[in-house]
Design a protein around this ligand. Structure first.
Ligand SMILES: [Ca+2]
Length: 125
């Protein structure tokens, strides 16, 4: 048994628990703190929180099933991934499912975020 509960990350980059910088100091915009990284940290927390929320719907709470992936894409990525094409979403999931077990770990799912972010930023080679 691994410590830390349901979220398996042993083939991810080893990380310590994220230190939440919950200091707001009365300001609304976390991006304007002297750290200059709060917005990105918030984005990471959002990704992890949303992944866990959808992964927890059925079966394993640490992986996305096909249904969970479809739900996540339709709800959270409606403009970046065309949800009206179930076949395309299935093909997308297959391309991400590196060990072909029909479930997406966070690391497998993360590849999609990298691709979408690269595309969005115009970084695709
Ligand atoms: Ca998998």
């Amino acid at each position: 048994m691994r410590a830390g509960g349901a979220f398996s990350a042993d083939h991810c980059i080893p990380t310590r628990h994220i230190n939440r910088h919950d200091r707001r100091d009365g300001k609304d915009a976390p991006s304007s703190t002297s750290h200059g990284e709060a917005t990105m940290e918030a984005a990471i927390l959002t990704l992890v929180t949303q992944f866990k929320a959808y992964a927890g719907n059925d079966g394993s709470a640490s992986t996305l099933s096909r249904d969970e992936f479809h739900q996540l894409v339709a709800s959270q990525l409606p403009n970046f991934v065309k949800p009206g094409e179930p076949d395309a979403v299935d093909r997308l999931m297959s391309s991400l499912d590196q060990n072909s077990d029909g479930e997406l770990t966070f690391c497998e799912f993360w590849q999609l975020i990298g691709k979408l972010a690269g595309k969005q930023g115009g970084f695709v080679a």
